[in-house]
Write a protein that binds this ligand. Structure first.
Ligand code: RIB
Ligand code: CA
Length: 317
């Protein structure tokens, strides 16, 4: 039975691969896509989501645009990693489907209410849309099976020395989700830094002889150059598809049940997630699961298999 999901994202190179993984996997039923500011302004994230779904031949998936900024404060943007468009690199088709007139929060609420069973909410950008939904309509929680998000981490950040970009971008929204009682799984940097698009992985993408594979290889080229320049990584960590992979194959990631919090006030630590892996806060009960170990070979076989399934026929030269 396919897992029904909504994917809230800020494409973004790794979000784009997550979208392709979701569309290319029969174990996933992608009910809707919503967009958020993050890797780029939300208008660009939306355009990128529509173009990736067009590339994947998934124009039937409804898309709605979400927040242009966080619940509190100004929008942090990741164009320094993802480029001017938010998805720099290979050309993409123009969107073949139009954006819904609803907001992301409206589409999320309608999709969750209309689906006959609770839906998994996957978030691969700032938590703003889902935080707003749970703040304004807390009873929606009964329609959510879990929130699984890429963000935070158990040992250090990337946007700041301690805070990962998505949780830095809207810590209040994550705090709302953590306080909502909805089951939460966090896929943080400690996990996604094990999901490196090594030269061997990129070669497998490029060798796929179809547009999807070539496009992903091109994305990894741009994404990899950003990771080399900004963080001196030899290969880029492909963060966001880890959330989808965990839904397809429960054995691809190992989890720990912990007390998880997000710092809202620290001068130097705002947006930092605190995962109590060793029970140092005895009075704090576990409220989330955090990902701790990735089976990288299994992960890449799963991602590349889905890309090959999606692969469009090779275009005439
Ligand atoms: O820190 C990595 C996360 O921030 C990923 O989701 C990436 O796409 C950006 O949104
Ligand atoms: Ca993202």
């Amino acid at each position: 039975m396919a897992v029904p999901i909504v994917l809230d994202c800020d494409p973004g190179h790794d979000d784009a691969v997550a979208l392709l993984l979701a569309v290319g996997s029969p174990q996933i039923d992608l009910l809707a896509v919503t967009t958020c500011f993050g890797n780029c302004p939300v208008s660009d994230a939306t355009r990128n989501a529509l173009r990736v779904l067009t590339l994947a031949g998934a124009t039937q998936v409804p898309v709605a645009e979400g927040a242009a900024g966080p619940l509190v404060g100004e929008a942090a943007l990741g164009n320094y990693v993802h480029g001017r468009t938010g998805l720099d690199g290979p050309d993409l088709p123009e969107p073949a489907q139009s954006l819904l007139p609803e907001t992301a929060v409206e589409l999320l609420a309608r999709t969750l209410r209309e689906h006959p069973e609770p839906v998994t909410v996957v978030v691969t950008g700032p938590m703003t849309n889902v935080g707003q939904l749970l703040r304004d309509e807390p009873e929606i929680a009964e329609h959510i099976a879990e929130v699984i998000f890429m963000g935070g981490g158990t040992q250090g950040g990337n946007h700041t020395p301690t805070a990962e970009f998505n949780t830095y971008a809207d810590p209040e929204a994550l705090d709302i989700v953590l306080s909502s009682g909805v089951p939460v799984r966090m896929v943080g940097l400690n996990l996604t830094h094990q999901a490196l698009a090594t030269p061997e992985v990129v070669e497998r993408m490029a060798a796929m002889e179809h547009l999807i594979g070539r496009t992903c290889a091109g994305w990894m080229g741009f994404f990899g150059s950003s990771y080399r320049d900004v963080w001196e990584f030899e290969a880029p960590p492909v963060h966001d598809p880890c959330t989808i992979a965990a839904l397809i194959d429960p054995d691809v990631i190992e989890w720990r049940e912990v007390f998880l919090a997000v710092e809202l006030d620290g001068t130097w630590t705002r947006g930092t997630t605190v995962a109590d892996l060793f029970h140092r806060y005895p009075d704090r009960e576990p409220n989330a699961k955090v990902a701790v170990r990735l089976d990288a070979e299994r992960y890449w076989d799963l991602v590349l298999g889905a890309l090959d399934t999606l692969g469009a026929p090779v275009e005439a030269p």
